[in-house]
Design a protein around this ligand. Structure first.
Ligand code: GUN
Length: 288
């Protein structure tokens, strides 16, 4: 049976939340400040950071962009992080990943003051997430939970299958979905999982977060499932003026007709992720 699924419109929700936030900022008469460190000129990172800076302007936040070349040393980067940690005018900051291979992601992440770690990547914030304590939750899992909440998609007692166990998306999302209050039963799957297709077929909710375009196909999804697509791979597209387009981890054309609800790419999870960062910056500002 095929039908039209509910398209979970991240752009629309994100615009609503930005206007709510803009109102709150106006009422305080003060402006939170988000800083971003960007190393090198990776196309994806450039675009993500530009979006983050634009989002700040739209809701009335200040923003600051600190750039380094690919050749930056760990020491220089750690110094810049230390400066932001102690700068009272900066409420929160991020170091855009990936970093050049010569630099240890973990040493950089662990240098960020946890109370300014609006990406929610520091071990202290990940530990708090695991324990259900208040802390910064990474933007993408937060955005997915908020999308499900605002669309009133029930999680309690449902079986959610998360495909991909990254520190940034799959792992924290599996924790959030299984927490008291959310109450899903979560299967966290990865590249070594046996019977992945059968597990996905048993899911009420499938989250594809593995970074392989078009991976989740119609035969893997049951009728009426909710499908969340976290993939954002740039694939060549000669028909597009810039020569590429974003493709998700879900084979949308074949999967959508089987779903009760599905996120598009672009315009699904991505815009909600950007809201997650704004919300964390707002919280950093409010609680400092
Ligand atoms: N690279 C891809 N996603 C992210 C993110 O959410 N934060 C940072 N800092 N880098 C990323």
């Amino acid at each position: 049976m095929s039908h039209s699924p509910l398209i979970l419109d991240g752009n629309k929700l994100a615009a609503e939340i930005r206007s709510e936030l803009r109102e709150k900022v106006k009422q305080t008469g003060k402006s939170p400040c988000l800083a971003a460190i960007l190393v090198g000129n990776d196309g994806g990172s450039e675009s993500y950071v530009a979006h983050k800076m634009n989002d700040c302007a739209e809701v009335g936040f200040q923003s600051r962009l600190i750039r380094f070349p690919d050749s930056v040393s760990s020491q220089e980067l750690l110094q810049a992080i230390n400066n932001l940690n102690t700068d009272p005018n900066v409420d929160g900051f991020i170091v855009q990943l990936p970093l050049p291979p010569s630099i240890s992601n973990q040493s950089v992440i662990q240098a960020i003051a946890p109370q300014k770690d609006v990406d929610g990547f520091h071990p202290e914030n990940i530990g708090k997430l695991s324990l259900g304590l208040p802390g910064f939750v990474a933007a993408t899992p937060w955005g997915i939970m908020e999308l499900l909440r605002r669309y009133q998609i029930p999680l309690s007692g449902k079986h959610a299958v998360v495909v991909g166990r990254s520190n940034i998306v799959g792992s924290p999302l599996s924790v959030l979905m299984s927490r008291p209050g959310a109450d899903a039963t979560v299967t966290l799957t990865h590249s070594k999982t046996r019977n992945l297709k059968e597990l996905c077929q048993q899911a009420d909710i499938v989250v594809a977060a593995l970074g392989i375009p078009g991976f989740l196909t119609a035969d893997m999804v049951s009728e009426g499932a909710v499908v969340i697509d976290v993939g954002t791979t740039r694939v060549p597209d000669p028909s597009h003026p810039r020569g590429w387009r974003l493709k998700g981890d879900v084979d949308f054309e074949s999967v959508a007709p089987k779903c009760s609800a599905i996120t598009p790419v672009p315009g699904g999870v991505g815009p909600m992720t950007r809201i997650g960062l704004l919300m964390n910056t707002w919280r950093a500002f409010e609680t400092k």
